[in-house]
Ligand binder design. Structure first.
Ligand code: HEM
Length: 135
């Protein structure tokens, strides 16, 4: 499995554990007020990250490109800024709304990077595949 896929899956599992933790906290407390944070932790953190990891596993040539790791880094910086702030905002810390907004813009930028990866050519060869004449 490409390194970027492995990273996406490992990070996805961490988000899943946090998302389920937030779900259990709601279920046990009976206070479902933070359900949008729970839903976004699970859907952006777990489901979408796992789909990204699966895409790169199916497209190893694209996984080798620097932009794949930039996508991974930017996406997770966005999630780390957005999701805890969203959770705390829904628990009454309304001053965190700009932080949620900033994180969500970073997430959106990372998704545009992924769109670029998907629509760009797959025929990128690593240096080891290039013949000496083309190096
Ligand atoms: C042990 C695991 C989980 C528990 C205990 C749990 C618990 C909950 C609770 C209590 C709510 C609020 C329901 C409401 O007030 O209407 C909720 C909503 C939601 N959960 Fe989970 N959840 C779990 C796992 C997941 C997973 C894995 C996902 C997605 C991959 C997910 C996605 C959602 C979504 C999208 C909503 C919003 C649903 C709506 O608005 O109707 N949950 N969950």
């Amino acid at each position: 499995m490409p390194k970027v896929s492995d990273l996406f899956f490992k990070t996805a599992v961490v988000w899943l554990i946090l998302g389920i933790g937030a779900g259990l906290q709601m279920a046990i407390s009976g206070d479902h007020g933070a359900f949008p944070a729970h839903a976004h932790i699970n859907l952006l953190g777990w489901v979408t990250s796992a789909i990204f990891g699966g895409y790169y596993a199916l497209n190893p040539a694209k996984a080798e490109r620097k932009i794949a790791m930039a996508h991974y880094g930017l996406y997770n910086v966005g999630l780390v800024v957005m999701l805890p702030a969203l959770y705390l905002m829904l628990h009454g810390n309304t001053a965190l709304e700009p932080v949620v907004a900033a994180g969500s813009l970073i997430v959106a930028a990372a998704v545009l990077l992924f769109a670029f990866v998907v629509f760009s050519s797959a025929s990128v060869r690593s240096a080891s595949e290039l013949s000496p004449a083309t190096r």
